[in-house]
Design a protein around this ligand. Structure first.
Ligand SMILES: [Zn+2]
Length: 262
């Protein structure tokens, strides 16, 4: 019964897509709705978490984040990214649909160089490019048999209460819950390409994950907890380095030389 319902749900909406690495994805939520959920969650975080006021730190993070986000413009249809540095000791960073990037101050002692920070942010923006949030929400809708919720999205006059419930579901599945390992590996691949196109040396992604591993100790930081093992991840990144280095060389030759001073 559940399967029939899910099949019906998919047939009704035909929400299929292909990820940048060629994987097929179920996408049931309009991007405009995902962007609204991203913006709303970001707004909430800004009201709940202290924001870093140090000008030099903000300038530095903005410089790296904007260099990376600029390269994602075409793939996300977002031209206006918002970057906020949160005063939070956990080694974390995130990007949300709608062009929102959050960087915790706690990531800076781990991502020690502009290139390493670019590797973190390339990965996070990679999740947005591949629409992983939409995929999570869609999976949530299917497993919860969310036909009613789906009605609310597709109806031109959604009731306010239903929309709010949907936003709650979106926050749960699209923003707060961890990504799958498949999504993590995909974000790594996209991130490597993004950082290289922005003019950051892709080798620094490997340095970053070595630092992450060292910083983790017995208890991995939040940013790492759901991610593939360091060894798996570093091996996959290393396999992508030759291609990314060619991209990096082209980017530098065409004048992509970010000058982000910490
Ligand atoms: Zn990730």
């Amino acid at each position: 019964m559940k399967i029939a319902r899910a099949a019906l749900l998919m047939a009704l909406t035909a929400g299929c897509a292909t990820s940048p690495t060629g994987r097929s994805q179920v996408m049931l939520v309009p991007d405009s709705q995902m962007n609204a959920m991203g913006s709303q969650s970001f707004q909430q975080m800004k009201s709940q978490t202290p924001i870093e006021s140090d000008a030099a730190t903000n300038r530095y993070v903005q410089c790296v984040a904007m260099a990376v986000a600029r390269e994602a413009r075409e793939q996300t249809n977002v031209s206006d990214w918002e970057v906020v540095v949160f005063r939070d000791k956990t080694a974390n960073a995130f990007a949300l649909p709608g062009g929102k990037i959050g960087v915790h101050t706690g990531i800076l002692p781990v991502a020690k160089t502009p290139g390493q920070l670019a590797a973190v942010l390339g990965h996070e923006v990679g999740h947005v490019i591949a629409r992983h949030g939409n995929e999570r929400v869609s999976q949530g809708l299917v497993t919860q048999g969310g036909l009613g919720a789906l009605d609310a999205i597709t109806s031109s006059h959604p009731r306010h209460g239903t929309m709010m419930a949907l936003l709650g579901l979106g926050a749960q599945y699209g923003v707060l819950l961890p990504y799958s390992r498949t999504q993590e590996s995909e974000a790594d691949k996209i991130g490597l390409d993004l950082m290289a196109r922005a003019g950051f040396d892709p080798h620094e992604s490997v340095d970053l994950w070595k630092n992450m591993s060292a910083a983790g100790g017995g208890q991995p930081p939040q940013f790492l907890s759901t991610h593939p093992s360091h060894e798996t991840r570093i091996a996959a990144l290393q396999a992508g380095i030759p291609g990314a280095t060619a991209t990096f060389d082209r980017a530098r030759a065409s004048g992509r030389i970010p000058n982000c001073v910490r």
